[in-house]
Design a protein around this ligand. Sequence first.
Ligand SMILES: [Fe+2]
Ligand SMILES: [Fe+2]
Length: 148
Amino acid sequence: MEIQWHEGLATGVDTIDKQHKEIFERIATLVSVDLETLESEQRDAALHKLLRFLGGYVIDHFKAEEEFMTRSHYPEYDQHKKEHMEFLKSYSSLVRMFEKEGATDLIVTATQNQAVDWLIKHIKGTDQKVTAFLKESGYFTKAKDKVH
Ligand SMILES: [Fe+2]
Ligand SMILES: [Fe+2]
């Protein structure tokens, strides 16, 4: 599983790239723990930490992107927002499963897939489209004061 931020994921927008890098770093640290080898209590704690991170920082990051999109009147806002909502829906069901069953193999794998695969796909496809639009539409030259 590739959990390293690389230039291919760059959007060219500093604020967004910084947040994406932070997301990758944190996820890499959290999933580098080999959950299989942990006692169930430690395993629960590690997964709980990853879920809390996803529910905190990632959700704030979505809000930041959505703000860029609203301010710039991004034409594909609804579609992008829908993807964020889908992430939140899967996230909530993972949390519910975790609360009920603890860190089972199934939940561990599903969380890692959700954290890594979904985010990479979303950044490469959906986020890069927004930032391309922001740059092409001259958003940053028009609203310099708003972007940092
Ligand atoms: Fe993003
Ligand atoms: Fe996004």
